[in-house]
Design a protein around this ligand. Structure first.
Ligand code: SF4
Length: 208
């Protein structure tokens, strides 16, 4: 694994993902990668993500509709957590070490490299990117929790005051999480991402 991708990318127009061994695989990978993701893909992915968060918040609010003093703080806390971990923490903590921060005119699947570029300088070591899966509260876990949390938060509310609307919202947000994990992320996002050769999330998935 070449951990010096940011410096390499800055040094020239062509980004060599690996050296010597595996060069052919790297070239094939690079050929199907997007240095600049099409805008429609970036907008669709962010629309799906923001929709997921609002759907999760709605499921919690409706599940606790008989107990608004519980439901509103819980729903809003979930929404704030989900938005902040993705649109503030991620660009500050993980993105500075990502190859997209070094590619000229690059645009990553979620466009967060552009937000990150406005918030902080790129990392020279890329260690933040490679360690994104390390630790209980690592960025990858937070991201996963932001997808998964609505169901366990809504279930107690459903148990004490059941409603079909709340049950449908909870089931929908759970199904959305499964679909995103099983299909969208793998096939539409990671498969064209220039950062996947270094991404610990992708490597963990391959090893599983
Ligand atoms: S691909 Fe991921 S880590 Fe890289 S800039 Fe985009 S959001 Fe950040």
């Amino acid at each position: 694994m070449d951990s010096r991708h940011p410096a390499r990318a800055r040094s020239g127009g062509t980004l060599h993902l690996v050296s010597n061994t595996g060069q052919e695989n790297a070239s094939a990978d690079e050929a199907r990668s997007f240095r600049r993701y099409p805008l429609w893909r970036v907008l669709c992915l962010n629309g799906l993500t923001v929709g997921h968060y609002f759907l999760g918040c709605a499921a919690i609010l409706v599940a606790y509709r008989s107990y608004p003093l519980v439901g509103w703080p819980l729903g809003l806390a979930y929404l704030v957590f989900a938005v902040v971990q993705l649109y503030v923490l991620m660009p500050l903590v993980v993105c500075p070490g990502c190859v997209y921060r070094s590619v000229r005119d690059g645009r990553c699947p979620s466009g967060l490299n552009l937000i990150s570029a406005r918030l902080c300088p790129p990392s020279a070591s890329a260690i933040e990117f490679r360690e994104r899966t390390h630790g209980t509260l690592c960025q990858s876990s937070l991201c996963l929790w932001s997808w998964v949390l609505p169901a366990p938060l809504a279930l107690p509310g459903l148990a004490v005051s059941f409603s079909w609307l709340a049950a449908t919202l909870t089931a929908t947000v759970t199904a959305l999480t499964v679909i995103r994990l099983a299909l969208v992320t793998k096939r539409a996002v990671c498969s064209h991402c220039l950062a996947r050769r270094w991404c610990p999330v992708v490597r963990t998935r391959r090893a599983a």
